[in-house]
Design a protein around this ligand. Structure first.
Ligand code: XUL
Ligand code: CO
Length: 437
């Protein structure tokens, strides 16, 4: 193993009572819950971009933590970054990583030279993966940073730009397959519009579906067995992005016949930007049969932008893990920390502590979700609340037997209806009693 982070040991589980700052307090990877280890339930992944590339710059100032790994040559830097990534994952016991093509290696003068640089990094990644369980949770292509994508990628007004996007996706798919990746993500960073005055909305939507279809068909032809994901986000960088939220993206997939190959990658902060809770987005994905993967982070409800903070709110992680368990758990997806330490958390130790905080928070969320299921009060309440649809009038409505005339006859005779309490505060207290009892 490399030695980029000499002050950080392999992180061990020390339990809730330990005050160790570089230890897990709630994430005990081998502990069995509901028949699976915590590690199998949570399937944690490291994001290449925030973790290994981003140095903490913002629009008002430069980076606060240098991540050049002692290299200035772009290819040597890319290779050293891979070594640093593996050291970090192995110290944290993380088996998955997520990458954009551009995170693995910076762009060169031409597409051919860029691809050659990616091949060097892929050789290195293959060597590092050997003898470990580490592999990509998903790969993706960065179709938003280069100025050529200022009008969109697949949704660009220019077919030349569409061709460049397609070429990048093809190479990113090949890398994902070569490295044994289990998924491929489309986040439509610039797929949207700033003003409808210059936008052919219909053609842009169709062209996005064309790129997805080409990607699906090509990936299957080179042996990709994994899932594709759409990662919804309503805005930022575009004023309006087409994959606004899970419901919108699912409607799109069904319209274009992509529902068998694509699922949702739900990101907590994107839910906040859409005016939804994280749990809402997971519930929509689950109920529609599109639950897939999670980008684990948290936004700031007081701010209207994507702060990508490490998730530490256990109430949120508990309700998210409730949805994950109700969906039957992750199949090929997992929990990717699309999160960055705050700009003033400016040491590598902070980065490890950020991961520990995030992993422990999801471990706590899992533990609470398991207890909520065992407690049973929430599920029983919901079952009882809708029990009217199991017999009599309700069963006739659900089975389609009752006509609108029958229902009018019923209502005219009934006089009035009995109302039932939603009991929200009681249920919120139940969650608290399970969490802290
Ligand atoms: C941006 C975002 C992306 C995707 C992958 O908000 O979440 O990093 O996760 O392109
Ligand atoms: Co994301």
């Amino acid at each position: 193993m490399s030695d980029f982070f000499p002050s950080v040991p392999k992180i061990a589980y020390e339990g809730a009572k330990s005050k160790g700052a570089l230890a897990f307090h709630f994430y005990n990877p081998d502990e069995i819950l509901l028949g699976k280890t915590m590690k199998e339930h949570l399937r944690f992944a490291m994001s290449w971009w925030h973790t290994l590339c981003a140095e903490g710059s913002d629009m008002f100032g430069s980076g606060t933590l240098a991540k050049n790994y002692g290299q200035s040559d772009p290819t040597a830097y890319a290779v050293a970054k891979a070594e640093a990534g593996f050291e970090l994952m192995q110290k944290l016991g993380i088996d998955f990583y997520c990458f954009h093509d551009r995170d693995l290696a910076p762009e060169a003068e031409t597409l051919a030279a860029t691809n050659a640089r990616l091949d060097v990094v892929a050789d290195k990644l293959e060597a590092l993966q050997k003898g470990t369980d580490i592999r990509p949770l998903w790969g993706t292509a960065n179709l938003f940073s280069n100025p050529r994508y200022q009008n969109g990628a697949a949704s660009s007004c220019s077919p030349e730009v569409f061709a460049f996007a397609a070429a990048q996706v093809k190479k990113a798919l090949e890398l994902t397959v070569r490295l044994g990746g289990e998924g491929y993500v489309f986040w439509g960073g610039r797929e949207g519009y700033e003003t409808l005055l210059n936008t052919n909305y219909g053609l842009e939507q169709e062209n996005i579906a064309r790129l997805f279809t080409m990607a699906r068909d090509y990936a299957r032809s080179i042996g990709f067995k994994g899932l594709f994901y759409i990662e919804p986000k309503p805005r930022e960088p575009m004023k309006h992005q087409y994959d606004y939220d899970a419901a919108t993206a699912i409607g799109f997939l069904r319209k274009y016949g992509l529902q068998d190959d694509f699922r949702m990658n739900i990101e907590a902060n994107h839910a906040t930007l859409a005016g939804h809770t994280f749990q809402h987005e997971l519930r929509v994905a689950r109920e529609e049969g599109f639950f897939g993967s999670i980008d684990a982070n948290i936004g700031d409800p007081l701010l209207g932008w994507d702060t990508d903070q490490f998730p530490t709110n256990v109430y949120d992680t508990a309700l998210a893990m409730w949805e994950v368990l109700e969906a039957g758990g992750f199949k090929l997806g997992g929990l990717n920390f699309d999160a960055k330490a705050r700009r003033a958390s400016n040491t590598f130790e902070d980065l490890f502590q950020a991961y520990i905080a995030g992993m422990d928070s999801f471990a706590l969320g899992l533990r609470v979700a398991v207890k909520l299921r065992e407690d049973g009060r929430l599920a029983d309440f919901v079952q009882q609340r809708y029990a009217g649809y199991e017999s009599g009038l309700g069963a006739e409505i659900v089975s389609g037997k009752a006509t609108i005339r029958d229902l009018e006859t019923y209502a005219l005779k009934a006089g009035d209806v009995a109302t039932t309490s939603g009991k929200q505060e009681y249920l919120e207290a139940v969650v608290n009693s399970v969490m802290f009892g």
